[in-house]
Design a protein around this ligand. Structure first.
Ligand SMILES: [Fe+2]
Ligand SMILES: [Fe+2]
Length: 186
């Protein structure tokens, strides 16, 4: 359905009525954003990669490990989406994922997503002649231990082609709950 657009050509000409319409439209925007984010997640199937399994399968496996470990919904959600930034960057993927997920995450989970690239480096930076303990720069952080544990339990060990992950449909109610934030009931 077409949206009734405001008529201003510069923002200094906008009116209270325009912004009232904008606020009233939030539910539609949130639903469209949730669909786009889910589509991005599915697109990780096509990411060019030499890893043992594609990044979409890795993401489902990661989230399933977190779910089966009894983690809360937000942690399962962030685990599912933690590599979404690989759609646009390798080296900066953790920063990109964190920026995309920021509106939906606690400060702690945002920090873990943002830093997981360096923490994962513990498992392979030595093969690039880099310091695998680069994560120790962050040892003062209150989230340091938890980021190590998250990488160990859910990220670095989610590359098995034999593991039976939950399908995306299983996670859809949780995705909707977090991305729509109540707008699904409008
Ligand atoms: Fe990653
Ligand atoms: Fe990952």
């Amino acid at each position: 359905m077409a949206v009734a657009r405001a008529k201003y050509i510069s923002m200094d000409m906008s009116t209270a009525e325009d912004w009232q319409k904008y606020r009233a439209n939030e539910g539609d925007r949130r639903r469209a954003q949730a669909l786009r984010l889910t589509a991005m997640l599915k697109d990780l199937r096509h990411a060019d990669d030499t890893a043992p399994i594609d990044t979409f399968s890795h993401s489902l496996q990661s989230a399933t490990l977190a779910y089966r470990d009894g983690r809360d919904d937000e942690t399962v959600f962030m685990t599912l989406f933690h590599d979404i930034g690989t759609l646009v960057s390798d080296d900066a993927h953790a920063d990109v994922s964190a920026a995309i997920l920021k509106p939906y995450l606690s400060e702690k989970n945002y920090w873990i997503v943002k830093h997981h690239g360096i923490f994962q480096g513990y498992y392979y930076f030595q093969y690039f002649d880099e310091n695998r303990n680069m994560r120790d720069e962050y040892s003062h952080s209150p989230h340091y231990d938890e980021c190590i544990a998250w990488c160990d339990k859910y990220d670095q060990r989610a590359f098995s082609s034999q593991y039976i992950s939950k399908p995306l449909d299983f996670f859809q109610p949780l995705i909707d709950k977090i991305l729509l934030g109540g707008f699904d009931r409008i």
